[in-house]
Design a protein around this ligand. Structure first.
Ligand SMILES: [Zn+2]
Length: 233
């Protein structure tokens, strides 16, 4: 026999599950989840951009040092060239100067590229920063609404839980244990009544040899198909 109190306990559990499910279907709950994901995504992007900015600054520093080094060499070469009279030496030095001027040009281009990447990064950063307040506000509002919805059902939940605690004191420990274990894996009811004299009230599967089963001796039998406990209703 499954105790009447055990079935009452199950009934309350189903009510509690329903409240929980409704809370999760509440738009505030889904909004809160969505805004939180957006917030995390934005924070991750910002942190990635910080790293990129740091790398660009380091690249820029290196390029600027290179640039000033070459500029100095170019300046020296130019001074030297002014004093050269030998034609071969002049040719040689002019060639060297040209090479350095090319390097100078390449480094300037590299610097321009770094600066342009920095500007692109800065625009992307502004873009995120523009969107961020709406995301943070959305999250805050959804969280408040969800907290309110949770708060609203609290008295009812507390009352139902108090009833369950009272029932736990009178319910057979073995049945309660069986219920709790099965409730973890079973969706909805664990205890279902016998239907049509030989069917599981949960999955409607016919019970083999009902007259000779635990149903006669214990007053309940486990459904071999769905795993629920069928009791003589
Ligand atoms: Zn079944």
């Amino acid at each position: 026999m499954i105790q009447k109190e055990m079935l009452q306990y199950q009934q309350i559990e189903l009510q509690l599950n329903k409240i929980e499910k409704e809370l999760r279907q509440n738009s505030a709950f889904t909004d809160r989840k969505r805004f939180k994901a957006l917030r995390v995504e934005s924070e991750e992007k910002i942190s990635k951009m910080d790293d990129q900015a740091k790398a660009l600054r380091a690249q820029l520093a290196v390029a600027q040092t290179t640039l000033s080094g070459i500029a100095k060499i170019v300046e020296e070469h130019m001074k030297e060239i002014a004093d050269i009279e030998d034609e071969d030496e002049l040719k040689y030095m002019t060639k060297r100067l040209e090479k350095h001027l090319q390097k100078l040009d390449a480094t300037e281009k590299e610097i321009a590229k770094i600066i342009s990447e920095g500007e692109k990064l800065s625009r992307a950063f502004d873009e995120i920063n523009k969107k961020l307040p709406a995301i943070l506000n959305g999250y805050k509002k959804a969280k408040e609404d969800f907290d309110k919805a949770t708060e609203a059902v609290k008295p009812q939940v507390a009352e139902l839980k108090a009833k369950q605690r009272a029932l736990e004191k009178v319910v057979d420990a073995e049945q309660l244990d069986m219920y709790k274990k099965l409730a973890e894996v079973q969706k909805g009811r664990v205890f279902v009544p016998l239907k049509d004299g030989n069917r599981c009230g949960g999955c409607m599967m016919e019970i083999f040899n009902v007259g000779n089963s635990d149903l006669q001796t214990k007053g309940y039998v486990r459904c071999e198909n769905c795993g629920r406990i069928i009791y003589q209703g």
